[in-house]
Design a protein around this ligand. Sequence first.
Ligand SMILES: *[C@@H]1O[C@H](CO)[C@@H](O)[C@H](O)[C@H]1NC(C)=O
Ligand SMILES: *[C@@H]1O[C@H](CO)[C@@H](O)[C@H](O)[C@H]1NC(C)=O
Ligand SMILES: *[C@@H]1O[C@H](CO)[C@@H](O)[C@H](O)[C@H]1NC(C)=O
Ligand SMILES: *[C@@H]1O[C@H](CO)[C@@H](O)[C@H](O)[C@H]1NC(C)=O
Ligand SMILES: *[C@@H]1O[C@H](CO)[C@@H](O)[C@H](O)[C@H]1NC(C)=O
Length: 373
Amino acid sequence: MRSTQARRLSLSISAFAVVLLASVCPCLLCQTDVKETDLYKALLNDVMSALLKTVDFFGSNYQYVNIDAVFGMRQCQGSLIGVLEDCEQNKLVCPQELRQEIASMIERLNDTTRQANVYTEGQNEVRFSVFKELMQKPFVVKYIPENISSVVEVSVPFSVYKGEQGDACLVNLMGFELLGGAVPRCTVSDTCRWFMTRDGSGYYYLTHQLLYLMIAEQVGCESKLEQEILRNTGVTTRDFQRHLCEKIYCNIRNLSLNGTVDSEMQDLFLEEIAFCGMLGFQNFFNESWIPLILDWQTPQGCFTSPEARDKLQKLATQGRTKFIAIQKLFEHAKFRSKRTEQLMLDGCLSHKTGVAIAAMGAYIRYLVSRVYG
Ligand SMILES: *[C@@H]1O[C@H](CO)[C@@H](O)[C@H](O)[C@H]1NC(C)=O
Ligand SMILES: *[C@@H]1O[C@H](CO)[C@@H](O)[C@H](O)[C@H]1NC(C)=O
Ligand SMILES: *[C@@H]1O[C@H](CO)[C@@H](O)[C@H](O)[C@H]1NC(C)=O
Ligand SMILES: *[C@@H]1O[C@H](CO)[C@@H](O)[C@H](O)[C@H]1NC(C)=O
Ligand SMILES: *[C@@H]1O[C@H](CO)[C@@H](O)[C@H](O)[C@H]1NC(C)=O
């Protein structure tokens, strides 16, 4: 009895205090703000522990990863380096502990990528020589926070992205030596100009157009790119990136229509978040997608698919598990990406885990800014 009264009394006192304080400081009543920060804090915790698991996974399986996984780790590093910069420059109040955790992941990814490169070179020397430069250091592109406000329908749903052609364009960008001559850095051939700015294709084609622009920036061809894009499309590189991400956003919303993503489409889903997210297009950091993605992660920290597990099962029954690490997987006929998939032990997928780690890095950059901004 007494305690009920006491509680009531203390309730009414605190209610009074809230009213009183609210009249002095209106923001105390912004309950939703408090709740939102809590939500983002919880999401940040979840993504941090998921990322840590994937970093651990790659750290102990570096012999089995392919080039695409190394590239994903480099992209993740770029976002994490961005977080530390945001903490220092943009006056986010990041806890020291968070900074240390992030710095330690950057360092571990340094070690893992270095160890993995010894093996990826042996897997495919030609592709290794194309991507070598990109695998040697963190992948850093300009992150400019913004929301896209329109969704652009893609007129032609898909055309297959031709990987060899795309790789050739990258080789031209980075420049190379030839017997009796050299192709200078930042070369953009007519075919590549067409490839990178052409309209009317979807899926991986779009993400690879965007990737080409990002790689051009990473390897120091920004001003050349700006000229080329302006000449071909009449807009700036950033405007063109936004245009691509508006189309990609239309696609990604289709992929998650049900509140689930088809297992065959999860790789593309992650790639779309990773690429547009790294550039700062915040619509791709939809909160409801995080639990979805984290749910796909296996207990050992990798990403797989039912198809991969089936394939593993078949190989195992043929007694061929030893060769799993060098098995090149199917390429999905309609949505093919040249960034090839590779089956790892336990059915883990190298490319999918690579795009997942890149997406998680981008998510962390966003979530840190929401929680500590
Ligand atoms: C990671 O490696 C790069 C060189 O590739 C080096 O500049 C950087 O200091 C390293 N970072 C850490 C945290 O070890
Ligand atoms: C993007 O939109 C979200 C939610 O609609 C908002 O919270 C966020 O501040 C926006 N970001 C920018 C950079 O305007
Ligand atoms: C999204 O779905 C709509 C209707 O199902 C379709 O018309 C449109 O082409 C799709 N867009 C993409 C990018 O997949
Ligand atoms: C919606 O989900 C069901 C299973 O839950 C699946 O069979 C179907 O293909 C999904 N549709 C789309 C458009 O993703
Ligand atoms: C997040 O995605 C869901 C569909 O997956 C959509 O209904 C919702 O509007 C999105 N939220 C924001 C803030 O864009």
